[in-house]
Design a protein around this ligand. Sequence first.
Ligand code: PBG
Ligand code: ZN
Length: 329
Amino acid sequence: MNLISGFPVQRPRRLRENPVLRRLVREGDWGPQKLVAPLFVTTKKGKQRISSMPGLHRFGIAAAAAEAKKLEGLGIGGVLLFGIPASKDERGSQAFAAGGVVPQAVQAIKKAAPGLAVITDVCLCEYTSHGHCGILRGRSVDNDATLPVLSEIAVSHARSGADLVAPSAMMDGQVAAIRRGLDKAGFTQVPVMSYSVKFASALYGPFREAVGSSPRFGDRRGYQMDTPNAEEALRETALDIQEGADIVMVKPALTSLDILRTIKRRFHWPAAAYQVSGEYALVKAAAAKGWVDEKRLVLELAAAIRRAGADILITYHAKELAGWLKGKG
Ligand code: PBG
Ligand code: ZN
């Protein structure tokens, strides 16, 4: 499969645009600068604990900015923002509302911690009353009706100053639609980090508790991938690259190491791995029982993901891992 769709869809300069992006994708490096910490941002003030993700919180805008400053101080490369809106509706209209929670958080974080790459998740499930990742037609998600909405969300994030947008809805053509939308709005230099390989996984449970995004009916198997499918994972990745993805991503990390390895060998594209909420919860639960050595385990998992070929690791362990990678703590 020919991956090179060429200019203007592919613009290698996007990842060279500023020092924050260059540091994130620089080949050969491994350290805190290659870690991305997911952050849950809400319109409520202060911070609230997430029970299935011990040690993590949902942050109000000011609290998120303060947290980002700490992460920047640890040398971490970036944050990945998930918004929890004040209200949800059928069409997820808060996802692209002017002054929405994510654009507000982007602005506050860029100001407090300019050394961090601010990446935004582009999806609808946090914003829809039914919890699905797109616009419904009857009881199924209408792929093509969802594309313009995703594009509008991405543009609203770029407008607020996001360094990268990360579409996670698993709609066909979402990268192309977002790329076109960004280009049309003048954001030709804003890169897309695509969730290219996203398996329908049992490991997303704690995340759905954190953002209240469990589907009210059915499940996500009609758009997220079936776990046994390795060939399909490579086709999805190839399509995303053709559509203009600047960085491709796989998740969950631990169950996709083989895919990651093949992607790096075959496509020579920047690749990120997302160690998801359930992977974090497994480690934390066993560590709390005293059944595993948490530091050793977290370092071991990170090393394995790195070995499989990840250039970037998105992980809820980012804060502690940053210190451990530097030999501190
Ligand atoms: C949804 C989305 C999910 C995650 C990020 N964006 C999963 C889902 O609910 O299907 C998972 C992240 C995690 O578990 O840490 N677009
Ligand atoms: Zn979603």
